[in-house]
Design a protein around this ligand. Structure first.
Ligand SMILES: Cc1cc2nc3c(=O)[nH]c(=O)nc-3n(C[C@H](O)[C@H](O)[C@H](O)COP(=O)(O)OP(=O)(O)OC[C@H]3O[C@@H](n4cnc5c(N)ncnc54)[C@H](O)[C@@H]3O)c2cc1C
Length: 292
């Protein structure tokens, strides 16, 4: 089946208007941003929303990458292509450019958005791992105002997030801290494909030791996995190959891949290990370059 079920459609003219429609229609209404995840699912009848609210006219309100004193703020409708080209992100959070270079192709990157990528909640979305490793917060706006939640509380199951039926993700906030370095590593079957496995890592180095770390595993479980035990193992210790190997082994133990067309479980666990080591190595090298 390659055609979606019938649905009604409106173009939102403001964030408030879109939220009011979500509230009025209820759970049968869905926002559509780039449409690169939702439309394929509708064509396959895996998603059957009765009412689509198109937010593509809200670029003025929702498309930006801004630096503040303590964080970078990214509007939900910012496209992959804009994230790829952002010099600010390349400098302050290079994990974004690493990931964007291997997400899909220019056609998808010109339309797909960060808000759609995070809300799709596919465990293989590269930006979910990126934002989780960076310990980002997301702003959810609903009829009663805004709430801000961390990426550690954002995913509540496969393809399921903490975003309420009458809420919209409006902004992603990346905390800015000194001594930071970050990197994304991915193995895919062919260029532009979803990951067989992917790992985003961030480290914050102070006085020669890893003061804090973020490690997020993509396509290695039912949701994006935050490898908290591996993060803890790094804290307070000077970076070294031995330490990265320990973290890689823990990530291998703590991931939860399933066998599928992209590979068997053992292979994916092996990738969790190897990609964690590589991502930590590159993130640390970038952090140390910043310090020098
Ligand atoms: C051929 C192909 C290859 C791809 N390869 C990759 C890849 O390698 N890596 C990767 O990470 N991704 C990949 N993608 C997915 C791509 O990144 C999509 O653009 C992304 O998943 C969804 O973004 P979107 O803006 O298109 O969302 P949409 O499809 O418009 O929406 C997705 C979901 O999010 C909801 N939503 C959208 N915006 C909001 C919002 N602001 N607030 C609340 N809910 C919202 C929608 O209601 C829907 O449920 C690929 C896609 C295609 C078609």
């Amino acid at each position: 089946m390659q055609t979606p079920a019938p649905f009604e459609y409106e173009r939102a003219t403001s964030v408030e208007g879109a939220i009011a429609t979500l509230q009025r229609i209820g759970p049968e209404a869905r926002l559509i941003a780039g449409g690169h995840s939702l439309l394929p699912m509708m064509k396959l009848r895996l998603a059957n929303p009765e009412y689509l609210i198109d937010i593509n006219d809200l670029e003025e309100e929702l498309s930006y990458v801004d630096e503040r004193i303590t964080e970078i703020r990214i509007g939900a409708l910012t496209r992959h292509a804009e994230l790829l080209e952002s010099e600010l992100l390349a400098r302050r959070a290079p994990v974004f450019r690493d990931a964007e270079e291997v997400i899909a192709d220019p056609v998808v990157r010109n339309r797909g958005t960060i808000g759609g990528s995070l809300c799709q909640a596919d465990a293989a979305e590269d930006l979910s791992a990126v934002c989780a490793a960076l310990k980002a917060n997301v702003v959810l706006r609903g009829p009663d105002g805004e709430r801000v939640i961390g990426m550690d509380g954002f995913y509540i199951g496969p393809f399921t997030t903490a975003v309420g039926a009458d809420e919209m993700l409006t902004e992603v906030r990346i905390p800015l801290r000194s001594g930071a370095g970050s990197a994304h590593e991915k193995v895919e079957r062919r260029a532009g494909d979803f990951a067989i496995a992917a790992v985003s890592a961030a480290v914050w180095i102070e006085g020669g030791v890893i003061a804090d770390a973020g490690i997020a595993l993509g396509a290695l479980g039912p949701t994006t996995i935050i490898a908290t035990r591996a993060e803890e193992a790094l804290k307070g210790r000077p970076p070294s190959e031995e330490l990265f190997s320990q973290a890689g082994e823990i990530a291998k133990e703590d991931c939860a891949p399933v066998p599928d067309g992209r590979g068997p479980v053992d292979y994916k666990r092996h990738l969790a290990n190897v990609l964690t080591v590589r991502a930590l190595r590159r993130a640390t090298s970038r952090a140390l370059q910043q310090e020098a």
